[in-house]
Design a protein around this ligand. Sequence first.
Ligand code: SAM
Length: 431
Amino acid sequence: MKDGGRLAAAIEILTEVDERHRPVQEALKDWGNAHRFAGSGDRTIIGNLVFDALRHKRSLGWRMRSDTPRAIVLATYALSWALGPDRLQAVLAEDRHAPEAVSADEAAALQMEPAERAPDAVAADVPDWLWPVFAGSLGAGAVREGQELAARAPIDMRVNTLKATREKVARRLQHIGVRETPLSPVGLRVEPRPGPARLPHVQAEEGYRKGWFELQDEASQLVALVAGAQPGRQVLDFCAGGGGKTLALAARMENRGQIYAFDSDRIRLAPIHERLARAGARNVQVRPPHEGALDDLAGHMDLVFVDAPCTGTGVWRRRPDSKWRLTERALAERVEDQARVLEAAARFVRPGGLLAYVTCSVLVPENRQQVAGFLSTHCDFETLSAAEAWTAALPGAPLPAHVSPEGHLTLTPATTGTDGFFIALLRRKPA
Ligand SMILES: C[S@@+](CC[C@H](N)C(=O)[O-])C[C@H]1O[C@@H](n2cnc3c(N)ncnc32)[C@H](O)[C@@H]1O
């Protein structure tokens, strides 16, 4: 395929996403199945075009005075990828599979910045309805936070210290250009590459198959380190999902003590068994959901880790389509889910034990307000400073810029160079 055909494919896929409200990964997969002639290089470039167009849908739409899939894909190619309007014109002209030639209006928009400054929500690539909550949550730097959440994410890996050291894995992955993550002592990173460039397929590496490392954003690694899991402790991972944090907690605990991995959704929990085996995590008991599945743990846990269901605003870099699919109603539903989850999880904490509340959202209603709501009805719990826990767990790592007066932490791409995450630590008062 030539770039003209790839541009046409990206427009077709985004039209499908828009019109049928389909998750972008599914639409990409279906397109690939229906176009078997497209090689892996073509698929990478088409995928990059689609994801980058979604990342900057509003700001590019503003620039083009149109947010149709065509407008934002052409702008991605010419502007975001800095290939320029002339090159765009040329690739459209030389390929019979290409979209129509650039119109006079499109050419003018590509050549010239709009006279008016874009409103903040547009500059930040955040939906209008969400902007007040987003800006209220992130303060003066909200536009920049939005822009960073619209950038490409690095590939982060957590070295599995049950099986390998960071030095060893870094050496083995030298050929893909890894470097150490700045904050997590067990992290390695491959920086994102611009334009059409393909990122390495790290899951094909021998070290991945041997369980020496997991794919995991640095923020997830950090919250698992700060939560207070230690060797020998009794820990309930209450929203274990596919086990990403469970594995990090098991490594932190050096396979000593016990982790109970639970999730209310059996299907989400399913991959955990294979992942635990690969990682050599031997101190994890998986508890699938059924009536009374956790009854024996009530009041006994040193730590209950709640990686709560959330809107995922912190991971927009990786799932840019979710930003445009999020609704006010979905936010309200997640806030209700979180309150229910916290309520259900709290009974497992022993007196003097910890409840770590974590989300991959940067929104105050899901984070600080959620915790405040919980504390207002649970006078047997008190806040413990996550900021102090950070300093103790990560000596030398600068404290994140977003620290609430209670000591809760919010990590963001603009301030910590990670996905957006929130962590609050609560302690059940000793009996
Ligand atoms: C953010 S995801 C967890 C991700 C996982 N910890 C990881 O690191 O891969 C949130 C999880 O909460 C689960 N969940 C939602 N409501 C729940 C409830 N009432 N009790 C337990 N788990 C719940 C969902 O099924 C989902 O897997």
